[in-house]
Design a protein around this ligand. Sequence first.
Ligand code: IPM
Ligand code: MG
Length: 351
Amino acid sequence: MDARVLILPGDGVGPEVVAEAVRVLDAVAARYGHRFTYRTEAVGGEALDAFGTPLPAQSLQAAREADAVLLGAVGGPRWDHAPVRPEAGLLMLRYELGLYANLRPAVLLEGLESASPLRPEVVRGTDFLIVRELTGGLYFGKPKERDSRRAVDTLTYTAEEVERVARVAFQAARGRRRLVHSVDKANVLESSRLWREVVDRTAREFPDVTLQHMLVDTCAMQLVRAPASFDVIVTENTFGDILSDEAAAVVGSIGLLPSASLGDRPPFLYEPVHGSAPDIAGRGVANPLGTILSAALMLRYSFRLEEEARAVEEAVREVVREGVRTPDLGGRARTEDVGVAVADRLRRRDS
Ligand code: IPM
Ligand code: MG
């Protein structure tokens, strides 16, 4: 197939990890006879510096014209006091493209039991998917206000917003172990009580999927007590942001987690869950696997290339098993070594 991919490397380690994902996409193209063409634009802090906005019109336009978007990371201490933050560029991009469902799979890879802070017998078998609502809640609620003595953020959800993301979660559960935990704070928040009602109603369309409601504080605890008991977790924007970092720690490193942000129509956006990691930027030691696995999600969800997606995931598992690991996983490999190792395995694959 022919596909146009927009690359938004962004800040910090973004360019380094994105380069390895492109290397892997090129290996997939060569091995399976596809053609991916790339265009690169600015986002985040680098865009702020060059264009005075974290999402230049040209970058958004390029996204709309692409079949899929691959993003590295945005942000960094350099822009901490900027009037507009780099992160606003990413939020605008998600919002403008209507990407309301953010899929964040957390899987414990073979051989990484010891990278998790949890005991091996607790973490073994961990394989769940967080479906985070991405264009509502506290991130986008109005009013959003600030003066020197008072600040306001607003948590709003409409039934439609809850329903469409719940549907994504139930659908995803059908391809997995058919268990959905809907996570909220219904004992306190009105928005969560609506969330629960709508998820219950939506669940009736999926009688083959088991639904359990869980309070977010309980979920935070259960994720470290019994992470293997989860299959699909669906939750509002802010809760999903927090729980996905916790999930990353459980499976060993935030450098490993990929994400796919989906909406009703393409282009969809793929990015690692980790941030710009300014402390290690430019040193060539960032873990590219979160971005490489995000590229695998792109193959799966944007291009419907399931076999290719699985091949990338399998190659990643092999590389980790063989010990080609960056320092966050206790290894000594460099960013590029990991990308090259994954790409090599793909090229050598016969099937
Ligand atoms: C994430 C990040 C972003 C978010 C930031 C960079 C705006 O933490 O994707 O989890 O909060 O959504
Ligand atoms: Mg986050």
